[in-house]
Write a protein that binds this ligand. Structure first.
Ligand SMILES: C[S@@+](CC[C@H](N)C(=O)[O-])C[C@H]1O[C@@H](n2cnc3c(N)ncnc32)[C@H](O)[C@@H]1O
Length: 247
């Protein structure tokens, strides 16, 4: 996968060189590059922003450097494309697990990060979708882009090694993850649930499913709405509700 980012603050992307994403870049499974809008200004003061028409607080990123930066990405690409272009915007669709999985299916993504008060609306003609990190306003799109890239790249084959696996992760099958433990089995008197050391894989799988359902039911019941429950899940959920009612 190829990922391009357009930003006024390229140094903010230093963390992308670390850990699993850094390794994916080193191995060549991922190509990552950041373009600075400022390199594409044509005015003599190198300004990238200007006052909003109609007045009001703050400055807006101008259309010209943004258009030229995207056009430069297209020019440098084998297919003369910027791939699927995502604009970071608090008014966009709220990014979630399914978006990460969907974005992972593109071979080229470009993230456009706003700053200051935002951008000239006309840059929206360049983008395929607008995504938001959540219902709050960040100073710029950089942190949002990094979160989205991290969550997306985890879905690429060969990115997660043995130490990390997406299997069983929260949201993977629409449920939150069950509790996990590692050695020792008894730490300061806190014992690991016996079933996990029993070696009975069927019982372990059943315990995990039940714990996932219980956590999801208690913390994120919205995730269960509209779920097509299997008979096993339905029976386990009935047991959970009875156990909770009985205190
Ligand atoms: C200070 S914000 C501008 C907010 C804009 N005036 C508004 O009220 O919607 C600057 C930039 O940060 C990014 N940004 C801020 N909050 C975000 C969020 N929740 N999700 C995604 N991007 C965000 C966007 O790229 C935005 O253009």
């Amino acid at each position: 996968m190829k990922i391009d980012v357009l930003s006024l603050f390229p140094n903010m992307f230093a963390p992308m060189q670390e850990s699993i994403i850094g390794k994916a870049i080193d191995r060549g499974s991922l190509s990552f590059s950041v373009t600075d809008f400022r390199d594409y200004t044509t005015n003599k003061h190198n300004n990238v922003d200007d006052y909003p028409f109609g007045g009001g607080a703050g400055m807006l990123l101008m259309a010209q450097p943004m258009f030229d930066a995207i056009e430069a990405i297209k020019e440098n690409d084998d297919k003369k494309s910027a791939g699927h272009v995502v604009l970071l915007d608090p008014a966009g669709k709220k990014f979630d697990h399914t978006d990460a999985e969907r974005l992972a299916s593109y071979d080229h993504l470009t993230f456009v990060c706003g700053h200051y008060e935002g951008y000239d609306e006309r840059i929206k003609t360049l983008v395929d979708e607008e995504l938001s990190l959540g219902d709050y306003v960040l100073t710029g799109g950089e942190l949002g882009a990094m979160v989205m890239i991290d969550a997306t790249v985890r879905f690429l084959p060969d990115v997660l090694g043995n130490r990390e696996s997406a299997t069983g992760d929260s949201f993977q099958d629409g449920l939150l993850e069950y509790p996990q433990y590692t050695r020792p089995a008894d730490f300061r008197g806190m014992k690991v649930p016996e079933v996990l050391t029993s070696g009975n894989h069927q019982k372990i799988a059943e315990w995990r499913l039940k714990e996932s359902l219980k956590k999801t039911y208690l913390r994120r019941p919205d995730l269960l709405e509209g779920r097509q429950f299997t008979k096993e899940e339905r029976d386990l959920l009935d047991d959970i509700k009875t156990e909770l009612d009985e205190g």
